[in-house]
Design a protein around this ligand. Structure first.
Ligand SMILES: NC(=O)c1ccc[n+]([C@@H]2O[C@H](COP(=O)([O-])OP(=O)(O)OC[C@H]3O[C@@H](n4cnc5c(N)ncnc54)[C@H](O)[C@@H]3O)[C@@H](O)[C@H]2O)c1
Length: 253
């Protein structure tokens, strides 16, 4: 299962996992052009993923635990098992100092970016533990460079992404000796709609301004993060249990 699957890093991850032979439940809220706080993909964007292989598109909001439970049940009834979950769904909001930010902004970031990952883990991990091969099962949360560093005028997003890292550490502790593993992947500036939106939050900074914070000297492509995530999902990814994979091109704050 991949959440946030309709575009960006989530969509690239679906394509990568399909290329590696996975069947994928692709979950996205498909909130469309009028979404809060900015334009989101549509159901059509999600459904296009069916063209790449064995993909089951499911329109669901990660704030809705029942909808995630139903998506997991669909996957298990269709394919008999759930091996991997990638929690990539998130939004970004900010642009002001913490004390000038609207409280509703923190609620939105907390509910989607942090609790959405919690809900995804709560819905998927039991199916992995009950499956035929828990030692092959992986939970991967997409955090951010903001999961380890404080980003200017993004206190709410920074707090939510730190929470995602903390959640993966706590989940890893709870999964002790089960074979199922949990890891956070923290991308740097990656060429997606979210990056464009982030640049606009900084008085119309350019993508190049954001990219200047990484030693790599260029934007990361979603396919590059998908490749990292796919490794985390693989048998070899087991050794990353409880850790944070910094896929940030050398983020220097
Ligand atoms: N792009 C970057 O530079 C960057 C850097 C660090 C971390 N990240 C993280 O990578 C992940 C993917 O981001 P992206 O850059 O691909 O962004 P994106 O905006 O291109 O894609 C995010 C996807 O999540 C979906 N989504 C949002 N809220 C949802 C909800 N409530 N329920 C279900 N789906 C929802 C959106 O519809 C969209 O398809 C996010 O967790 C983001 O925080 C991105």
């Amino acid at each position: 299962m991949v959440t946030g699957a309709a575009r960006g890093i989530g969509a690239a991850t679906v394509r990568r996992l399909v290329a590696e032979g996975y069947a994928v439940v692709a979950v996205d809220w498909c909130a469309g052009a009028d979404a809060t706080p900015y334009s989101m993909p549509t159901r059509r964007d999600l459904e296009l993923l069916s063209d790449v292989g064995d993909v089951l598109p499911v329109v669901a909001d990660v704030r809705d635990r029942g909808a995630l439970d139903a998506a997991v049940a669909d996957a298990v009834s269709r394919w008999g098992r759930l091996d991997v979950a990638v929690a990539a769904a998130a939004v970004i909001a900010g642009g002001q100092k913490l004390w000038e930010s609207a409280p509703e902004e923190l609620d939105l970031l907390w509910d989607i970016d942090a609790k959405g990952v919690w809900n995804t883990a709560a819905a998927t991990v039991p199916a992995m533990l009950a499956g035929p091969e828990p030692s092959g099962c992986r939970f991967v949360a997409v955090a951010s460079a903001a999961g380890s560093s404080g980003l200017f005028h993004l206190a709410g997003y920074t707090a939510a992404k730190h929470a995602v890292v903390g959640m993966m550490r706590g989940l890893a502790a709870d999964l002790v000796n089960t074979g199922v593993t949990a890891v956070a992947v923290s991308p740097g500036s990656t060429r997606t709609e979210m990056l464009e939106r982030t640049a606009r939050l900084y008085d119309d900074a350019s993508i190049d301004d954001l990219v200047s914070h990484q030693l790599l000297g260029r934007a990361i492509e979603p396919e590059e993060i998908a490749e990292t995530i796919a490794f985390c999902c693989s048998p070899g990814g087991a050794v990353l249990h409880g850790s944070v994979v910094h896929a940030d091109g050398g983020f220097k704050g």
